[in-house]
Write a protein that binds this ligand. Structure first.
Ligand SMILES: *Cc1c(COP(=O)(O)O)cnc(C)c1O
Length: 408
C-alpha cells in the first residue's frame, strides 16, 4: 500500500464504499468533515480482530488477551509517534473528541474558582463550547469569546487584549469544521502561556490534513477523533502533558482505572489508565492506529497538496454560479467549502444533491454561533478528501446549478 505519487484512481480502489450507487447515481462523497470513509486496509484490521484475537485487555493471562493488549498498546504508540508526544502514557484513548474535551472540562472543576476566565474562539464546534459552559456553571468561572472577521479568521489583536492573569484556560480548534479556517494555534498557545493559562486544541478537523507536533506546538491538550482519519467511529484520543494529566482528577470511575479498591478508599492507577475506566473500544483503538498507518502510507504532504488543488478548483467553479456565497474565506484553510445560493434554504439544495448521489452536509454543522454571526440558518458544506476527484467536483457544480434552477 505504498503510493509514491498520488494515483487517485488507485487510491479510490482502496475504498469499497466509493463504488456504491446512491439513488441510481455513482456516490459523490463530500461529507468528509463529518466522517471520512474507511479503506479496505482498516476494514481488514477490524475483521482480523474479531476473527482472530477478540478478548478483553490488560486483565487476562491467556494468549488472546495478551495479543489484544499488545495491539492496543501498539496503537497508542502509533498515535504518540504520529503526533510526537513525549510519552505514550500522555495519550488517553477515548470515545472521540467530545469525550476527550469532557475529561478536561470535568477535571478543571476543582481547579477554577469564581471570577476566573476562560476564552473560547468564535468558531468552535458545540463539543468545544458546551462542556466549558457546564464547567462555568459549576465553578462560577466566566467564558469570553475571541471574535472573528467576516473572512472567518480570529481577530488576534482582540485575543491578545482579552488575555490577562485572570485567564486560566483557552480552547480553540486547530481547523474549523464549518469554515475550514486553519487557526494560528502556535501564537494562541504562546500568548496563553505568557499569562499562565492552559490551552486545549481541538484537533478533530486538522488531523485529516495536518500533522500536529504537540511538543513543538507546546499544546497542553490536543484532541482527535479516529473517524475523521480513516478509522472507525466511537474512538479517539486526548493528548495531555504528563503534568496536567497527573493534576486532573479522573473523569469516570470503574474497572481498569484503579490501583487498589476497598469500600473505604480507592487509589487510582497511573497514566494512562487513570482516565480509561471500563472496557474500551479495543478494536476501534487498534483500527485508529491502522487508519494512521494508511494515511501515512499516502503521505500527509501529498494529501495536503492535492486537497488544496481540489479546494482551489472547486472554489473557482462554484463562484461562477450567480448568487453563490462562500462562508469562510481565510487564505489559510483546508478543503472545506461552506456556501449558500441566494436565499435558497441549504436543506433544499442538499436534498436535491442527494437525489443526484452527492453527499454534502447542510445545517449549522454543530456550530450555531457561527451561523448566528453570519445571520444565516445554515450552509451547504462540501468537504473534500484525498480520494475525491475534480470530476466529482464538476458533478457537484452541475448539481448546484440544477438545484438553483429548480428552487429559484
Ligand atoms: C467532528 C468534530 C468534533 C466532534 O467529534 P466527535 O467524534 O463527534 O466527538 C469536534 N470538533 C471538531 C472541530 C470536529 O470537526
Amino acid at each position: 500500500m505504498i503510493h509514491t505519487v498520488l494515483d487517485i484512481l488507485k487510491i479510490r480502489e482502496d475504498f469499497p464504499i466509493l463504488k456504491r450507487k446512491v439513488n441510481g447515481k455513482p456516490l459523490v462523497y463530500f461529507d468528509n468533515a463529518a466522517t471520512s470513509q474507511t479503506p479496505q486496509y482498516v476494514i481488514d484490521v477490524i475483521v482480523d480482530y474479531y476473527s482472530n484475537y477478540n478478548a478483553n485487555i490488560h486483565r487476562g493471562v491467556h494468549a488472546l488477551s495478551q495479543e489484544a493488549t499488545d495491539k492496543y498498546e501498539e496503537a497508542r504508540i502509533k498515535v504518540q509517534t504520529h503526533f510526537n508526544a513525549a510519552h505514550s502514557h500522555e495519550i488517553i484513548l477515548t470515545s472521540g473528541t467530545t469525550h476527550a474535551i469532557n475529561i478536561v472540562a470535568n477535571g478543571f472543576s476543582s481547579l477554577l474558582k469564581k471570577g476566573d476566565e476562560i476564552l473560547v474562539s468564535a468558531m468552535e464546534h458545540h463539543s468545544n463550547i458546551v462542556p466549558w459552559q457546564m464547567l462555568c456553571e459549576r465553578t462560577g468561572a466566566i467564558m469570553k469569546v475571541i471574535p472573528m472577521s467576516l473572512d472567518g479568521e480570529l481577530l488576534m489583536d482582540k485575543y491578545h487584549a482579552l488575555l490577562s492573569e485572570k485567564t486560566k484556560l483557552v480552547f480553540c480548534n486547530h481547523v474549523s469544521n464549518a469554515l475550514g479556517t486553519i487557526n494560528p494555534i502556535k501564537e494562541i498557545i504562546d500568548a496563553a502561556h505568557a499569562v499562565g493559562a492552559a490551552v486545549l486544541i481541538d484537533g478533530a478537523q486538522a488531523a485529516p490534513h495536518i500533522i500536529a507536533d504537540v511538543q513543538a506546538l507546546d499544546a497542553d491538550f490536543y484532541t482527535v477523533s479516529a473517524h475523521k482519519i480513516c478509522g472507525p467511529t466511537g474512538v479517539g484520543f486526548l493528548y495531555g502533558k504528563e503534568a496536567w494529566l497527573n493534576t486532573l482528577p479522573p473523569y469516570q470511575g470503574g474497572g481498569e482505572m484503579i490501583a487498589e479498591v476497598t469500600f473505604e478508599k480507592t487509589t487510582y492507577a497511573g497514566l494512562p489508565h487513570k482516565f480509561e475506566a471500563g472496557t474500551p473500544n479495543i478494536c476501534g483503538g487498534i483500527a485508529m492506529g491502522a487508519g494512521l498507518d494508511y494515511m501515512n502510507s499516502i503521505g500527509f504532504d501529498a494529501i495536503a497538496a492535492y486537497e488544496h488543488e481540489l479546494l482551489e478548483y472547486a472554489t473557482d467553479k462554484l463562484l461562477q454560479i450567480e448568487g453563490l456565497k462562500i462562508y469562510g474565506t481565510s487564505k489559510n484553510k483546508t478543503a472545506v467549502i461552506s456556501f449558500n445560493v441566494g436565499i435558497i434554504h441549504p436543506y433544499d439544495i442538499g436534498t436535491i444533491l442527494d437525489k443526484l448521489g452527492i453527499a454534502v452536509r447542510t445545517g449549522h454543522h454543530c456550530a450555531q454561533p457561527i451561523m448566528e454571526f453570519f445571520q444565516i440558518p445554515g450552509t451547504v458544506r462540501a468537504s473534500f478528501s484525498f480520494y475525491n476527484t475534480k470530476e466529482e467536483i464538476d458533478v457537484l457544480v452541475e448539481g448546484v446549478k440544477r438545484a438553483k434552477a429548480m428552487l429559484e
